[in-house]
Ligand binder design. Structure first.
Ligand code: GLN
Length: 537
């Protein structure tokens, strides 16, 4: 039977539960265990797909096409696993399932209740993720903060889980904040004590306390937390802010977190293999070069909205022994007059995915600048669509070219709705989602980067390149270098006469890992370094 670790958060949101969960997963994986992770999100949305990335952060997409919380991205990147839709559980999905069963009469006339029906559904999902595929350890992170009304049913479910699975098979980890207060910046344990009181009221006694603080905690503080929260002293773990999130597993290893967890759960104690991870952190902290990449989007003052892109660029940097400085450029601020000046420091340009017409003319200007100034360009989903529109307008002479998404009546719909999307009215889980096979055309930049004749990449879109314009684009110098196996859908485009101009209808950023940078991001950073060398000459 698998072992189950439950991670809760106290005092404030954004306390770092996601990175803690992902880091613990990495440390257990480094000890040879098969680890899987699950996020239990208390919101009523069925999935994250309909949520605004500006408010809620990026929507992460799994191989099997689930639209999930961005924490799944951290889990995949840190643990280097592909998760499935079973790793994402929301209140909305739990209730819809229970209500659907009730409508089918599966409760045999019984009164359907929070306990046991909702809690049973939650517990079944936790058990399911442990067997499909089989895992030695499941780490389940409960979203939100202890004390939130909407999270209570999940806390109740994990309380029951220990009763069902046995204390030796479960572990409760509480991640909390130790704030600094007053003129002397004193660290305070009281909010943590209260958060643990709250957990205890709900029947959970934490086994491990992870204390986020900016300064070292004194021995007295650890003693106090141990006494008041009834947690063994060695299980009060200090977690200071790290220079890079990828350093967090190394810090936790030093603090003995994984050894403690392994011992408590009765797992075999083996020496961890930390070499690869240490190498990643060394490269991040001591790069020999640096480049600037401009990312032109509309949610640029919230790094979480494009978090996988930011991470994939960092991975591209790690692979090239190079620090990547990301300059987030608000596409709404770009005009014909300021675009060249604003982007002049960029060694490469990325246009991320997006929806709706706001800011698209600025993105098109950024593409034009990249194409004309021979600056390396990587377009991601909407970034491909913008590249096609720009090329159609400015090179092929189709001045009215547009996407049907932005102008349904456009004279030249070079980007149009996917046929299977025409009659779709629901917004949730209804796009072209998840991994699809893409054939790579021989002799192209895509082939050089991937080194393969086909790849699987993750999608999330409703629109695509209109095949009626493929010849025109091609004749003018934009070619299709990746295509669906039935030749129907354009998946990658490039401009062979440009040093590095490539765009994808899919989202390569979701598959990039710190130890295995995605080939397109690795290639972009390599091209940025070359562009920089040319500029410096
Ligand atoms: N809005 C575009 C579409 O639906 C692009 C989506 C995206 O960038 N993920 O096709």
């Amino acid at each position: 039977m698998a072992k189950f670790i439950f991670v809760t958060g106290g005092v404030v949101s954004s306390v770092g539960k996601g990175i803690t969960t992902a880091s613990l997963g990495r440390l257990l994986r480094n000890r040879g265990f098969t680890v899987t992770v699950q996020k239990l999100d208390p919101y009523i949305n069925v999935d994250a797909g309909t949520m605004n990335p500006y408010q809620h952060g990026e929507v992460f997409v799994t191989e099997d096409g689930a639209e999930t919380d961005l924490d799944l991205g951290h889990y995949e990147r840190f643990i280097d696993v592909n998760l499935t839709r079973h790793s994402s559980v929301t209140t909305g999905s739990v209730y819809s399932e229970v209500i659907a069963k009730e409508r089918k009469g599966e409760y045999l006339g019984g009164c359907v209740q929070m306990i046991p029906h909702i809690t049973n559904e939650i517990k079944e999902r936790i058990l399911r993720v442990a067997v499909d595929p089989p895992a030695d350890v499941v780490i389940a992170e409960i979203g939100g903060t202890v004390g939130d009304i909407e999270g209570q049913i999940f806390i109740e479910a994990i309380r029951q889980f220990r009763k069902d699975a046995g204390p030796g098979n479960t572990l409760y980890v509480h991640v909390t904040l130790i704030p600094e207060v007053g003129p002397w910046n004193e660290l305070k344990t009281k909010p943590t004590q209260h958060s643990v009181i709250k957990l205890r009221e709900m029947g959970i006694q934490p086994d491990v306390l992870i204390c986020r603080s900016n300064h070292p905690m004194s021995e007295e503080m650890r003693d106090k937390l141990s006494l008041f929260c009834d947690v063994q002293r060695e299980a009060v773990i200090e977690s200071r802010n790290a220079d890079t999130i990828y350093e967090v597993p190394l810090r936790y290893e030093e603090m003995g977190l994984a050894d403690l967890v392994v011992t408590r759960l009765g797992l075999a104690r083996t020496a961890p293999d930390m070499a690869e991870w240490q190498g990643i952190v060394d490269r991040i902290k001591r790069p020999s070069r640096r480049v600037t990449v401009a990312a032109v989007g509309k949610y640029t003052d919230n790094g979480d909205a494009y978090i996988s892109i930011g991470e994939a660029l960092k991975h591209g940097g790690i692979a090239n022994d190079c620090h990547v400085e990301i300059d987030w450029v608000d596409s709404e601020e770009l005009t014909e007059d300021n675009c060249a000046e604003r982007l002049s420091r960029a060694d490469a340009i990325v246009v991320p995915g997006g929806f709706g017409h706001r800011g698209i003319e600025g993105k098109i200007l950024a593409v034009q600048y990249a194409r004309e100034s021979r600056v390396p360009y990587l377009g991601l989903c909407l970034g491909l669509q913008m590249a096609v529109i720009e090329f159609a307008r400015n090179v092929c002479g189709l001045k009215a070219a547009n996407s049907e998404e932005m102008d349904p009546a456009t004279q030249h719909p070079v980007i149009h709705i996917l046929p299977e999307q025409r009659n779709v009215t629901d917004k949730g889980a209804s796009m072209r989602l998840g991994a699809y096979r893409c054939q790579i055309v021989g002799g192209t930049l895509a082939e050089r980067l991937y080194g393969d004749s086909h790849v699987y990449e993750r999608h999330r879109h409703r629109y695509e390149v209109n095949n009626d314009y493929r010849d025109t684009l091609n004749r003018n110098g934009m070619m299709c270098s990746g295509i669906s196996p039935d030749y129907r859908l354009v998946e990658i485009i490039e401009i062979p006469s440009h040093p590095f101009f490539i765009a994808t209808q899919f989202h390569p950023e979701f598959k990039s890992r710190p130890n295995r940078a995605h080939p397109l991001f690795r290639g972009l950073v390599e091209a940025a370094l070359k562009a920089q060398a040319v500029k410096d000459q």
